[in-house]
Design a protein around this ligand. Sequence first.
Ligand code: NDP
Ligand code: MG
Length: 386
Amino acid sequence: MKKKIAILGSTGSIGKTLIEIIKKDKKNFNVILLTAHKNYKEILKQAKILKVKNLIITDKKSYLNLSKNKLGKIKIFNNYESFNNIFNEKIDYVMSSISGINGLTPTIKIIKFTKKIAIANKEAIICGWHLIKKDLKKFKTSFIPVDSEHFSIFYSLQGNKISNVNKIYLTASGGPLINTPKNKFKDIKISEAINHPNWKMGKKISVDSATMMNKVFEIIEAKKIFNIKYESLDILVHPSSYVHAIIKFNDGMVKIIAHDTNMKIPIFNSLYENQNKKIKTDKLNLNKLNLLNLKKVDLNKFPSIKIIKKLKNKESSLETVIVLANDILVNHFLLKKIYFTDIVRLLQKLISMKKFNNYRKSKLKNINSIILLNNQLQSTINKMIA
Ligand code: NDP
Ligand code: MG
């Protein structure tokens, strides 16, 4: 029987990688739904190749543009309420790969319609893990992380108890600026910030890699997914991104998890989990293994990493403040409204403001309260940069 699947954010870097995998195995998949925000040309192309019947495109203008095309049997929608019309039974697999906080609502809304959800959208995990976890349990939906470090940890912990873990190290390539002197940071252009040496990713996550905020997010993501304390998590710079995580167990064993520097591997495994399916990969890379070059992060150059020290193990919404504020600031940088160094500088300023720092002690109960906080941050940031 064909596996029924849906992809949230099919036109992005993760979405397209998954589409490439499915294209090679079309006979085993029935793609029920694809979503995008603006890129109506790409989503239509994907729909025609994979014979997809339902598309959601959330940007109004792009939705209208899409509607002007010859659509045949393809139904188009422009909001996530339409999930109720699209799914009449639980499908097998969903990939959540919208970028930024906009992925949270559809991720939560789709859980009840699928047997399994693979989540790449780290912002949704950080801001809404308590809501996601609740619905995973309620609707008996299984979850698999897609971020390469988290997938590696997930894979390596199978058959192990989390209580046997002593420490987990996430590796960081250091991004495109690892060899750039700090005094050049202020004038970093967008093209330099998104020019990642090892990974081809969307713009937002590429800027986060340049500031190293991406690693702050991944530490929070790991803490939530694996229910582990911040003290048990650390970061090691590893420029070639061959090793993704290192786990030290209480029984003295250490697992070092490596795979080709390609998101195809975690995405492929999230789709074909436990099916012993073979993927074409490179030979074991001895050059990279002999030159792991693991080191601590230079905090002077990447002050973003200091933010981790401000986080407490107790459930708090400060992490949500950080993700939302960073989303807005990165957007301002991409619109050339602020300098590269302003992203982390303004972020630190925001989280030390009483009205936002107080979120340390609270838990945002639903999506609406997260949206309200986002609006409050938007207006404060607009005032700061005016
Ligand atoms: P991209 O920017 O390449 O793609 C984003 C996708 O989300 C596109 O389909 C885009 O549609 C859609 N989208 C953007 N804005 C909105 C919106 N407002 N509403 C609805 N849909 C929207 O991102 P990536 O694929 O790089 O990343 C996706 C997620 O996965 C991120 O959270 C990222 O942190 C995470 N991730 C990515 C990795 C990677 O290697 N790329 C690695 C690990 C995690 P459109 O094309 O129409 O704009
Ligand atoms: Mg990662």
